[in-house]
Design a binder for this molecule. Structure first.
Ligand SMILES: Cc1ncc(C[n+]2csc(CCOP(=O)(O)OP(=O)(O)O)c2C)c(N)n1
Length: 615
């Protein structure tokens, strides 16, 4: 079993300090996600699959940098497919891995809830990255609850070293206890760098496929037996955790004992350096005896954990008196200030003084699509056509806010088409009903709802915004890009053939930058009775094959300040100080302009022209 990072005791001797400094000589800074990927590789994993999602994306991106002879690494079409591929690897007898953002686990959970009954052959580890504070997500769910639901252990590292160590350990635990294991990260850990000491890769022999139908095939008769096995597994895991290095007791004052884990631990150490701390390495299951022993050593126990009271509630079930969410918030990301305030609420630290002088807020700035983003025309047209628009998840969700303001709903990946169909089936909407969905999202979860809409004859238009990449998460390949995770040529989905094969009768593919054609096609599509599909086709402006025009400029003498170009919401266009009949004229930042020509197309005069270049 791999050694975990050395325990940190309350006082550090000179010898310990110099030993640590020496150890750090061969350590290097790594982002949490990079360390997780390293842990996966060191653990001898042979099959790894994922779908991108912030803050988890860099795990698979880093795994793709390890040699293909060591492991198969892939972008899958969605998180359930990725987990199923990893489960397949485990069935085949090799160590297997998947990673996802928190909402990805919702998608994958159907497979997880059965796989937990089956257990593993080769080890199976899932890394799930939560997003407290909602930096880049549609919700703030605490995925640790899935651990309890699926009865699988949830390991919670604090820093990049632990991210590597816990990930490696998770594979051992998986095989030892015949269970999938979740390693839970958060944005703060995944995207923060700290020193990491790496090790060699462990070559793990393939176990081969085990023919054991009563365990591998979940039909009711087999599942009933396996449920009992799960309960026994939970008992054994609890027993193991009592003496595990995952849980660390740092002795301090007996006035207060703090139970904490994950990144919350670092804030606790900063704010309450003298307290007794029980740093947990798992949020499920818990080492009950160790916790009771800790309780006996202190006068008062406080749990410091981000988001939901997962630990707190488990302690309450054990009949233990505990404070937690009465002091600390249940929403948002923790920080030293938040944790300090919690301890002030507990009467353990002085209240935080209000420093009114430095209470200066930065100017509010709405999120914007990039200059020349090909998604822009679709939403300008939909707004002009007074459509009821079901949006989806991707860069284009930004069209929900000013100035495009053309999206009425956005739920979860792939929801747009089903939502639009439901609005149509309600029979009450008088406006044209349109679903807008990106290419990656369409392949993730958009195909079944499109089949459904055709099958049930929904009166909707589906707008597939094909920018040839998964842009929102930083530009990952998918089956529509013609390349795989390693950048090798791969089969490319033929959207037109796919869409026609499921019975769509009205179909058109147009250039996103041809504004007239976008308007005209959408007008015709929305008049069609039944499912009409329009593909808007243009690569993302940040794609490697970047459109970089001649830039455009405003001929100031012709600008009447009509504001038409402002409706694009293009960050390259701004007001100038010059006036025309009291209205501000506009100007274009030539360095930011990518030459898409959309502003020239919408302008009411010929005031916008390409910059003349010398030949
Ligand atoms: C279940 C789930 N998985 C992953 C994500 C992260 N995510 C948000 S949008 C998106 C895909 C965006 O790609 P695409 O639909 O092609 O639109 P684009 O951003 O390129 O415009 C991803 C992977 C998520 N929000 N939910």
């Amino acid at each position: 079993m791999p050694q975990l990072a050395e325990n940190k005791s309350k006082t550090t001797t000179i010898d310990q300090a110099s030993a640590k400094a020496k150890r750090n000589l061969d350590a290097r800074p790594m982002m949490g996600n990079e360390a997780i990927a390293r842990g996966v590789w060191e653990a001898g994993v042979r099959v790894a699959a994922a779908y991108p999602g912030t803050p988890s994306t860099e795990i698979m991106e880093n795994l793709g940098k390890y040699p293909a002879e060591d492991l198969h690494a892939e972008w899958s079409t969605n998180e359930k497919v990725a987990l199923d591929v990893a489960i397949g690897g485990s069935f085949a007898g090799v160590r297997s891995f998947t990673s996802m953002k928190h909402v990805g686990l919702n998608v994958a959970s159907d497979s997880l809830m059965s796989q937990t009954y089956i257990g593993v052959n080769g080890a199976l580890v899932l890394v799930v990255c939560d997003d407290p504070g909602i930096h880049s997500s549609q919700n703030e769910q605490d995925s640790r609850i899935f651990g309890q639901l699926a009865m699988v252990p949830v390991l919670e590292p604090t820093d990049a070293q632990e991210a590597l160590d816990y990930t490696k350990l998770a594979f051992d635990i998986s095989e030892q206890f015949d269970t999938p294991v979740i390693v839970r990260s958060t944005t703060r850990l995944s995207h923060t760098r700290s020193l990491v000491k790496t090790g060699p890769r462990k070559e793990v022999p393939c176990k081969g496929f085990l023919e054991q139908p009563t365990k591998n095939v979940m039909i009711p008769g087999h599942a009933r037996v396996r449920h009992g096995a799960l309960l026994e597994r939970e008992r054994l895991l609890k027993e193991y955790l009592e003496d595990s290095e995952l849980n660390r007791w740092e002795e301090g004052s007996d006035e207060v004992g703090i139970v904490t884990l994950s990144t919350a631990y670092t804030y606790v150490k900063e704010m309450m350096p003298d307290a007794s701390v029980l740093k947990l390495g798992t949020s499920y299951p818990l080492p009950e005896a160790k916790i009771r022993e800790f309780y006996a050593s202190v006068k008062r126990v406080i749990v410091v954990e981000e988001l939901e009271p997962i630990i707190e509630n488990q302690l309450k079930v054990l009949g233990l008196e505990v404070e937690g969410k009465s002091l600390f918030p249940r929403e948002g990301e923790f920080s030293t200030e938040v944790v300090q305030e919690g301890f002030a609420n507990a009467g353990l630290l002085p209240p935080i003084p209000k420093l009114e002088l430095i209470d200066i807020q930065p100017m509010a700035r709405p999120p914007l699509l990039c200059a020349g983003c090909p998604h822009t025309t679709a939403y300008m047209a939909l707004r002009a056509l007074n459509s009821r628009v079901s949006g989806d998840i991707g860069c284009y969700t930004l069209a929900a806010v000013e100035p495009l303001k053309a999206i009425d709903t956005s739920v979860a990946m792939g929801s747009s088409i089903g939502n639009a169909a439901g609005i149509a089936m309600a029979g009450t909407e008088t406006r044209p009903i349109v679903a807008t969905i990106g290419d990656s999202t369409f392949l993730h979860a958009g195909i079944p709802p499109l089949i459904n809409a055709v099958y049930n004859n929904a009166n909707i238009t589906v707008l597939l915004l094909d920018n040839h990449i998964t842009a929102m998460t930083g530009g990952q390949h998918h089956p529509g890009t013609g390349k795989n995770l390693r950048g090798e040529v791969a089969p490319k989905v033929d959207y037109e053939a796919l869409i026609k094969s499921i019975g769509v009768k009205w179909f058109r593919k147009i250039d996103s930058y041809n504004m007239g054609s976008v308007f005209q096609s959408l007008r015709e599509a929305t008049l069609y009775k039944g499912v009409a599909v329009v593909i808007l086709d243009r690569p993302c402006v940040l794609d490697p094959v970047k459109l970089k025009g001649p830039a455009f400029q405003v001929k100031s003498e012709s600008c009447t300040g009509c504001q038409a170009c402002m409706n694009l919401g293009c960050p390259a266009i701004s007001w100038s100080d010059e006036l025309y009949e009291g209205h501000h004229k506009v100007q274009i930042d030539e360095a930011a302009c990518i030459g898409c020509s959309l502003c020239a197309q919408v302008g009411s005069t010929n005031c916008i022209q390409p910059v003349e270049t010398e030949h």
